[in-house]
Ligand binder design. Structure first.
Ligand SMILES: [Cu+2]
Length: 279
């Protein structure tokens, strides 16, 4: 019983093995059909020839592409070279034009300079002749007139800036009482709350303008004419309130001295004469 069972088992195993081998071999042979195997040496040669031609075509395309690129590159180089030549030509033409212009300008400049030098030389000659003539004539005139040659006195130009001088009313006194200024300077009276200024007739240089300033207001006046100016405070002159301004040289000192003055006027005139004679 046991022996027969073993035989059956072995038989089944063998049967399965045979089946498996058959199936595998069938699968392998079926797969092989996917390959297009050449069946003869002639076919092999044919296939190889085809592959070779295909490769040759590919190479030709690549070569063509390469030569096209080379042509394009050469064309670009040519274009660049042409552009460079054009630029060089433009630069050359411009340089020539500039050089021509410079030469022309130099020629013109030389011509102008020469003519200017000629004109200057001619003018100098004429001036020298004129000067010699004038000197000769001056000598003659001097001899005729019998005067000696003395250098003419030249007035110094008035370059000094004009100044302003302040006079302050202190109580019933002008401070400073005598002010010495230069022609063109000005005098400003300040603290004039209850005062004014009024020039005294006959006690300012002849031909200059009389003045009277407004009451209780500060006042400023510019003096251009030389001489002594005596003024008063209108409401306080009885108390002796007045002042003196000497502009430049006291050219009217004699006029002031000869003035018939009395009282407060006399005292102011004396102060003016004293200050003028001390200068
Ligand atoms: Cu006064």
């Amino acid at each position: 019983m046991r022996h027969s069972r073993s035989i059956i088992t072995v038989s089944i195993i063998i049967a399965i093995a045979v089946f498996v081998v058959a199936a595998v071999s069938s699968f392998i042979s079926g797969s092989s059909e996917h390959y297009d195997r050449p069946s003869s040496p002639a076919e092999v040669i044919e296939k190889m020839t085809e592959v070779g031609e295909s490769l040759t075509e590919t190479n030709q395309i690549e070569e063509t592409t390469e030569s096209s690129e080379q042509l394009a590159e050469a064309a670009q180089q040519e274009a660049e070279a042409l552009e460079t030549r054009t630029q060089e030509e433009v630069v050359e033409n411009t340089t020539q034009a500039v050089e021509t212009a410079i030469e022309s300008a130099q020629e013109t400049s030389q011509s102008v300079t020469e003519r200017a030098n000629e004109a200057i030389a001619a003018a100098e000659n004429a001036a020298a002749e004129g000067r010699a003539e004038a000197e000769a004539r001056l000598e003659e005139v001097t001899k005729e007139a019998g005067i000696s040659e003395e250098p003419a006195e030249v007035a110094a130009p008035a370059t000094v800036e004009s100044k302003n001088h302040t006079v302050t009313a202190q109580g019933l006194i002008y401070d400073p009482l005598v002010v010495t200024i230069a022609p063109g300077d000005s005098v400003s009276w300040t603290n004039m709350s209850t005062h004014n200024t009024e020039s005294l007739e006959g006690l300012i240089p002849e031909g200059t303008e009389m003045w009277i300033s407004a009451m209780s207001e500060n006042y400023s006046r510019t003096f251009t004419e030389e001489g002594i100016y005596i003024y008063k405070c209108t409401p306080h002159f009885g108390a002796g309130m007045g002042g003196v301004i000497i502009v430049g040289n006291p050219v009217n000192l004699d006029q002031i001295k000869s003035f018939d003055a009395k009282g407060a006027t006399r005292r102011l005139v004396n102060r003016a004469i004293q200050a003028a004679e001390a200068m």
